[in-house]
Design a protein around this ligand. Sequence first.
Ligand SMILES: Cc1cc2nc3c(=O)[nH]c(=O)nc-3n(C[C@H](O)[C@H](O)[C@H](O)COP(=O)(O)OP(=O)(O)OC[C@H]3O[C@@H](n4cnc5c(N)ncnc54)[C@H](O)[C@@H]3O)c2cc1C
Length: 461
Amino acid sequence: MTEITRDVLIIGAGAAGTTAANDLRRAGLSVAVLEARDRVGGRLWTDVIDGAMLEIGGQWVSPDQDALKDTIEELGLETYSRYRDGDSVYVGPDGQTHRFTGEMFPVSAETEKVIAEITSLLDAMVAEIDPDQPWAHPRAQEWDTITWDAWLRQQTDDDEAVRNLAFATGSAMLTKPTHAFSLLQSLLMAASAGSYSNLVDADFILDKRVVGGLQQVPVLLAERLGDDVFLNQPVRTLEWSDPSTGSGTQFVIATTDEMTVKARYAILAFAPVLYNRISFVPALPRRQHQMHQHISMGFVIKVHAVYERPFWRESGLSATAFSPYELVHEAYDNTNHGDDRGTLVGFVSDQNADDVFTLTAEERKERILESLSHYYGPEAKNPVVYYESDWGTEEWTRGAYAASFDMGGLHRYGADLRTPVGPIHFACSDLAGAGYQHVDGAIRMGHLAASNIVASSRDAG
Ligand SMILES: Cc1cc2nc3c(=O)[nH]c(=O)nc-3n(C[C@H](O)[C@H](O)[C@H](O)COP(=O)(O)OP(=O)(O)OC[C@H]3O[C@@H](n4cnc5c(N)ncnc54)[C@H](O)[C@@H]3O)c2cc1C
């Protein structure tokens, strides 16, 4: 058993953990980063599958994501825009494929009016929400105890309008059924991106990608840490002492199968759904035990289909496509920078994802490609490379994209989410306000946990 001592131990080498570790180092504190997997990056994973470079996890950068953009710039990485020239595609309730340009997709004039009115109402509500403390809104409890779906259906009985408004934060973001989370959770998702309108604007939210892949962010941050990153080290036990509530000195001791790391502070830099994989000695306080049981991961399959050429461009399609009636509820041109081949990326979310995982791999592929063909025609059925990112089977993630509260959990527990417990601090995209559930939020949370520890360490002399 290797035994080492550092000022701060960080559990998780994703964007949050590697950001925090770099900040702490810069402030003169020593660190050890313990990572369960055999690689750095967590939910950022750029890999080559059957000769195609794929972003298996997170990839897009939007204009509001200042923390991520600053890191990308500081690391000297280049970005490029998602291909978006040409018509978009919408499949309506009649199963017909419609081409359109601009932001409003082809629905009847009445449905368009309803969508516009509810979007303005949502923008006004979101403007009142502080993404860092949505629970502080005077109507937080009311908004946290009605489901997103029920609230929308109170506004209109136009089913097509409801489905289209609902899926922006449902299938497309929180990746849970819209009856499973609250209006407040939905408003937080929108507030974290600046507005509801930003969230539904694909050109905004899916704006840029990093040349060579977004996983380079944590990989390059980890490289700066050199030997202080330890892979294949799932932390099993965390002993801790908090002198402010008892006696003795402050310490944390993390134990993996091969190592023991002793430090003054710990950062848990991973999704809260995994906190219970660690035995805390003594146990975490009652509030944490309760709160963590009200947070769960969404679930979405990210589908990658690579073709000899981006054939959709030849017929004037941008490849931007969506439909709340399709198995693949949204899809985009995801061709890599400088690549002659064309790549489509599509998403199958929540209950649709559950359903297709009851099929064989072949049947699932056929169903998914059939859905893509509704947007792009029969050529979509014949990719040269096909891959499904299934984060549900990943032991150290267990879903995608991220974690959110169940009904009523956000106003009840949210204020305690980021509060340290003695020497134990928390950092993860799933705890963020701005950048919530995104890499930007992970980086913000990494900076915050590190600055809190630096301040606490200075106070302690
Ligand atoms: C398919 C997919 C697509 C996405 N698309 C986008 C996108 O386009 N843009 C965007 O901004 N975001 C996107 N996201 C979300 C984004 O990837 C995440 O929000 C972000 O990467 C999370 O970073 P993190 O450091 O907070 O957590 P993670 O990346 O989850 O890192 C946590 C790390 O902790 C490790 N760990 C867990 N438990 C232990 C333990 N006990 N001991 C040791 N190590 C442990 C894990 O192995 C992991 O490496 C996407 C996510 C997925 C899955």
